[in-house]
Structure formats: C-alpha cells, structure tokens
Design a protein around this ligand. Sequence first.
Ligand SMILES: Nc1ncnc2c1ncn2[C@@H]1O[C@H](COP(=O)(O)OP(=O)(O)OP(=O)(O)O)[C@@H](O)[C@H]1O
Ligand SMILES: [Mg+2]
Length: 459
Amino acid sequence: MKKLSFKIGMLFFIFILFIESMLFFLLYFSIVNERVQSETDNLLARGMSHRDVLEKNFDTETIKHVALMESEAETMVVITNEKFEVLKASNEVNDDMKQLILMGNFVDYSHHGMTIESEWKREPFLATVSPIRTDNNIKGYVFMFLKTQPIRDMIHNLSMEFFIVGVLAFVISIIATIFLSKFITGPLIQMKKATEKLSKGESDVMLDTYREDELGELSRSIQKLSDDLDQLKKERTEFLSSISHELRTPLTYLKGYADVLNRPNLSVKEREEFITIIQEEASNVNTLVKDLFDLARMDQNEFIIRKEQVECCEFLQEIVLRLKPAFEEKGVSLHCFCKKSIFITIDRIRFGQVIHNFLDNALKYSRSDTHVQIKVLKENQQIRIQISDQGDGIPKSDLPRIWDRLYRVDKSRSRATGGSGLGLTIAKEIIEKHGGEVHVKSVLGKGTTFSIYMPIEGL
Ligand SMILES: Nc1ncnc2c1ncn2[C@@H]1O[C@H](COP(=O)(O)OP(=O)(O)OP(=O)(O)O)[C@@H](O)[C@H]1O
Ligand SMILES: [Mg+2]
C-alpha cells in the first residue's frame, strides 16, 4: 500500500523541485547573459571613445597616446589604417587577432561600431571595431579586444555558487516536504486509527481538535461521533437495566400473588382480591411492553402516521369529554379554551394518545381543587396547544430528563400511580413525527405547562 504521506510528499517535492529548477536556470542564464553583454557594451563604448579622439586628430602622436592609454588596461586596442594594416597596438597582436582584423576587408562596418567576436565560451577574445571617419572618408579602424578567460573564470565561480545553493535548496526542500506531508497526513492517520477503533466498538477515542482548518473540523466530527457513541452505549445499558427493573417488579408481584393463590383455605374474597391485583399487574406489564414496542418501531421509522385535517377544538373537546369523569372523581377541574375553525393536520389516534398522556399526567400529579386547562392559540405559522396544571410541578434539575425513556421524577410515587416513565418519550416522538415541537415549563409546587407547537400545513 502506498502511503498517503508518501504520495503527498512526492507531489510536493516534484512541484517544489520543478519551480526551484526553473527559477535557478532563469536566474543563472540572465546573470551570465547580462554580464557578457555588459562587458561587450563597455568594450564597444571604449573603442568608440578612442575613435572619437582619433577622428579629431588622426596623427601619429594621438595614435601613440591612445595605445599608451590602453596598455595598462585589461582591454587592448589595435589601430589600423583603412586597409587594415596595423598602425599601433597597445599590446602584442597575435594571429587570432590578425585574422579577426583582416576579416574587416569583406565587411562594411557601421559608424557606430560593432561587436565582431562575442563567443566568450570558445574564443580567447571578445572584439569590437569602430571605423575612424573624417570628411566621409574612412581613415582607419579602432579594434578593441578583451580576454575571455576572466569572464569564463567568473562564470565558473558563479556556477559553483549556484551548485552549492542548489544542493542546499534541494536538502531544504526534502526537509520541508517531509515536515509538510507529516503536518497534513499526521492528523489523517490519527483519524484513520480512531475510526478503526470506533468500528471495533471501542469508543475511548482522543483526537487533537485544536486545528482551525478542515482537518480540525473533521477530527472534531469524529470526536463527537465517538462521544455520541459512548453516550449511546451508556444510555443503552441504562435503558436495559431500567427495563429489567421495570419488568422485575410487576413479575415479582405476579409470582408472589400467584403463589399466595395456591395456598389452601383462602377466602373467596381474598382470592378475588389477589386475582384483581394479578390482572392489574399483568395489564401494566402489557402496557409497558406495548409502549416499548411502539418506541422501537419509532426508532426504526416503522411507525406510520396517517395524517388528516382535523378541527382542533372539536378533537380536543372529545378527549376532554372522555376524561372528565376521572378528573371529577379526583376533584380536579378540566377546561378547554379554543376558537372554532382552527384546523390541524394530525393522525387522530396517535395525537389523541399524546393529549391523553399530557392530561393523564396533569391529573396524576395534581391535587384536588386545582384546575387543569387546555388552550389553543394560533400564532404565525404555528398552532400552540398548551396544557397547564396546578399540580406538584417538576424540579428544575429533572426537567431536561423527563423526556428520557423510563425516567420518572419520583420513582416510588410514580409506581404507585402506575406510571412507567414512557408516556412523555412517546408523546415527544409522535409530536416530532408530525413536524411539531414540545416544550415544558414548570414551577415546583405551583404547576406545569406543556406547550405543543404544530405547523399549519395543507393535506
Ligand atoms: N404534569 C406533570 N406534573 C408533574 N410531574 C410531571 C407531569 N408530567 C410528567 N411529570 C413527571 O415526568 C415523569 C415522566 O412522565 P411520563 O408521562 O413519561 O411518565 P409517567 O407518567 O410516570 O408514566 P407513563 O406515562 O408511562 O404511564 C413523571 O414520572 C413525572 O414525574
Ligand atoms: Mg404519563
């Protein structure tokens, strides 16, 4: 397997190397060309200035003077007549120079002068020529020569310097590439290991989440996934242990009373009493199992909601009417306030179950001579159904947990009232499946208000 760090590293390296080489070559050739060009330009300019002097006075004295001036310089001057015969030279004229001078026989040199040898790599000299002209007649020529060896030496030194800098740049590029590829792939490898761990079911994943870029975002997502998984695991364990507890209690009752029933010499009254208890407990277990089954189906998205448009007020009044006797029996008043012609799109049976559960709770956790009311309000694009009671209220610390499965504020009392702590979980799920939301406000000892927000929608 080719590693990602290797691939990224190679890509970086080739890219950096390519750019570096391009820059090096461009720089090198431009320096070399500029240097050679400036040498030839200087040579030509020097030749022309001698020529200008000689044009004014083309006599032996001036010629001698010019040659003398040049004899101490790095350059060399050769002054010829119009037939290219050497009149004077600052240094000795060798054969190569003579050859170059004689080539002038076949060329018509311009008055500005020109370079006649620029091959600094091969030839021993650079050379220029400037014709001396008076009254439009060519009187002679000024040839200038410059040795190319110093230029070659200078360029050799330059090449050596470029080579050293090149090697240094190469090494630095390798180090930078290794560092960069590690910097990018390091977190990726860490995340790969983390996801492998997650897939094996281990959720103790710790990633560096401090980076402010996309990789940081990715590690934060993976870290969150791992934390969520951890939480889910905990919830599952908690849920399983509460379920077994929930089932164990009624089953203990069932077994206990069934054993008692087996005893001889029980009175008929006692027998009937025990049978009623057994029936109640069995029905509790039945409800619990049915509720759990509903929740499981909701989790699997198999819980079908058949929506229809319903006149809200009528729908609620119907439920209120059904529950009124139970409320009256406990001495709690129940009222529904709503305007006619507010329509809401719901599954009648499921939503009825929701309202039923809220009212059931309101009744269970209220004392006599208190009021429970349902209010329907139409706000913006929502319908708010508010169910308030003046009951015991819920402690602030318990409020966020009341929607959890099997959660009850007061375990012992709720059991006495037959609750299993699934009602609100199911209600919330059903409301959310309708596209709605539910919120709760509660003051301990004063009462509780549940607000259901439902979207207004067509069929
Ligand atoms: N109106 C209310 N006033 C006070 N406490 C409430 C009210 N509604 C719910 N609670 C608290 O929230 C807990 C969870 O309610 P939920 O309806 O889920 O369970 P339950 O009523 O105990 O059992 P179930 O509804 O499954 O029979 C209750 O046990 C109770 O402590
Ligand atoms: Mg309930």
